[in-house]
Write a protein that binds this ligand. Sequence first.
Ligand code: F6R
Length: 241
Amino acid sequence: MRLIITKSYEELSKLAAENVANLVKVKPHAVLGLPTGSTPIGMYKELISMYRYGILSFRDITTFNLDEYEGLDKSSPNSYYKFMLDNFYDHTDIAKDKTNIPDGKATDIYKTCIDYEEKIKKADGIDLMVLGLGNNGHIGFNEPADHFPGITHRVKLHKETIKANSRFFNSIDEVPKYAITMGIRSIMHCKKIMLLASGKAKAEAIKKALKEPVTAKVPASVLQLHQDLTVIIDEEAASLL
Ligand code: F6R
């Protein structure tokens, strides 16, 4: 594991973007795994400015997002698809037909999940998966549990996740109760993983994930077993290490 502690969120975002850019420069057809949430917004901003300065093109990359809320249409202001349009896709030359996000409106969720896994396999796997970290140690929407879920699946969101994510909605009642997420096996199969965390609220989860025994009660702790993990966190998130 490579652990990088930055002075600030801005520095974290720059470093994360540089890691993505270094991969895309040597492998323009790279396959990226991408998160939503507050943490990666700075990284996306940096990547957008690299594109604007002509340093980087995303034309040939393929992306797979980690998760999507169940029941939200792509056009919903709170869908993760809309988040990706607003924070990344619409500001770069990315080919939208090469972007993938689980379909939150799927009628056959089981088939959607299997198809998502098949598509990842067909793309020859994910070269670099970027992850945020839930305050409760979740990655994607893999919530603390008694076992590590395998492949892409439907998940019931934990109360604390619903509460944490309610900041993006008009009220907590609007937050979907279920989501579709890549599983722990899908994540662990990625060739490289970069975990990002910023702020004091993440300090406890970072300590448990990186310094305590691997347990499904802290899903991110499984990342300790990955062969190519880079962790980039700011000083606040690292404050309990
Ligand atoms: C989002 C995702 C989640 C977030 C996590 C942290 O696609 O998979 O695991 O990464 O909830 O969210 P923020 O960055 O908003 O603190």
